[in-house]
Ligand binder design. Structure first.
Ligand SMILES: [Zn+2]
Length: 282
C-alpha cells in the first residue's frame, strides 16, 4: 500500500492458535462463535501482521511476531510456524535483517517482541536486527523487566535481555513523533504502556492499533482480549480511536486478523463500527 510517501507492506510474523476464551474475554462463546468458528479444541487462529514501512529514508518495522526461539512443546501448543517466519517474509521483499533501521514495538508480549531476538550460532541470543534502534514505551519496558509476579509470565526474559545488553533500546514517553510521518499514541489498556502508531503523509492516515483492537471482530467496544491488564481502559480508549479513524477515513491496520490486514471503517448500529474496503495484505 502506498500512503503518500510511505510504502507500507504486511510482513508475516507467524500464525498461531489460541483458546477462544482468551480471544474474547467475557463475551459468551454462544456469541463469538457466530463470527469466528473455533477448532475441536476451542482454538482460533491469529496471524501476526507486522508492518514494514519505507519512505526512501528509513526502513522501519512495526512489531516482530514471535520469532524462532520457542521450544518444540510451545510450538506444538500454539501451532506456531517453523523457523523464523518474519525473516522469511522480509526476505521475500528483498529486505535483510541489517536493512532495518528502526524496530518499533507496540508492547513486549511474546507475539510482538519475540522476533526481535534470535539464537545466532556461535553467538547465542542476540538482537535479530543488529543495526536497528529499538523503540518501546517506557512503561512497557519498566513493567516487562519488573519481575512483578502477576505479569512476569507474559514477558519471557530471553526476548528482552539481548536488547537490554546491546543497549540499542530507546524509550518512548507516550504521544510523540518517532520520525516525520510516524507518531506513537499511548493507549494503555492491553498493557499499561501499550502504544498504537499513526502513519501520516499527504493527507492520508493509517492507524496500527496493536492489541487494543486485535482483529476486525474486536470492533465492538466490549469485545476485548482476556490478556488485557486494564480492560476498562481498552473499552474507553478503543472506541475513541476507532471514532477518529472512522471520521477521518483512515486506514486501520489489523495486528492479528487472519483475513484483513487493513480496512477503513463505517458505523454499525450494533457493533459500533464495521470494516469496508478490506485488504488481505498491505
Ligand atoms: Zn498480540
Amino acid at each position: 500500500m502506498n500512503l503518500g510517501s510511505w510504502q507500507l507492506d504486511t510482513v508475516d510474523g507467524g500464525t498461531f492458535s489460541i483458546d477462544g476464551g482468551v480471544v474474547y474475554g467475557v463475551v459468551p462463546k454462544t456469541l463469538w462463535q457466530n463470527v469466528n468458528s473455533p477448532d475441536e479444541q476451542n482454538r482460533l487462529q491469529f496471524r501476526n501482521n507486522c508492518v514494514l514501512a519505507r519512505d526512501g529514508n528509513q526502513t522501519i518495522l512495526i512489531d516482530t511476531g514471535y520469532g524462532g526461539k520457542h521450544l518444540a512443546l510451545d510450538r506444538r501448543f500454539y501451532e506456531m510456524d517453523e523457523g523464523e517466519p518474519l525473516l522469511r517474509s522480509l526476505d521475500a521483499l528483498g529486505v535483510g535483517p541489517d536493512d532495518i533501521d528502526l524496530v518499533v514495538l507496540s508492547h513486549l508480549h511474546f507475539d510482538h517482541a519475540g522476533g526481535a531476538t534470535r539464537n545466532i550460532p556461535g553467538r547465542g541470543l542476540a538482537p535479530t536486527f543488529g543495526r536497528a534502534r529499538h523503540l518501546v514505551g517506557w512503561m512497557e519496558w519498566e513493567d516487562a523487566l519488573s519481575g512483578a509476579p502477576e505479569i512476569q509470565s507474559a514477558y519471557p526474559q530471553e526476548n528482552l535481555t539481548p536488547l537490554l545488553e546491546s543497549a540499542n533500546i530507546e524509550l518512548l514517553q507516550g504521544d510523540e513523533s518517532i520520525v516525520p510521518g510516524l507518531r506513537a499514541r499511548l493507549t494503555g489498556g492491553h498493557t499499561r504502556g501499550h502504544l498504537a502508531f499513526m502513519f501520516e503523509s499527504d493527507g492520508q492516515t493509517a492507524l496500527y492499533l496493536g492489541d487494543l483492537c486485535a482483529t476486525t471482530t474486536h470492533l465492538h467496544p466490549m469485545w476485548n482480549l482476556s490478556y488485557d491488564t486494564f480492560p476498562l481502559q481498552t473499552r474507553t480508549v478503543k472506541p475513541k480511536l476507532l471514532t477518529e479513524a472512522c471520521d477521518g477515513q483512515w486506514w486501520v491496520l489489523w495486528t492479528h486478523d487472519m483475513k484483513v490486514a487493513a480496512g477503513r471503517l463505517t458505523r454499525h448500529p450494533k457493533r459500533g463500527f464495521q470494516v469496508v474496503e478490506p485488504q488481505e495484505r498491505l
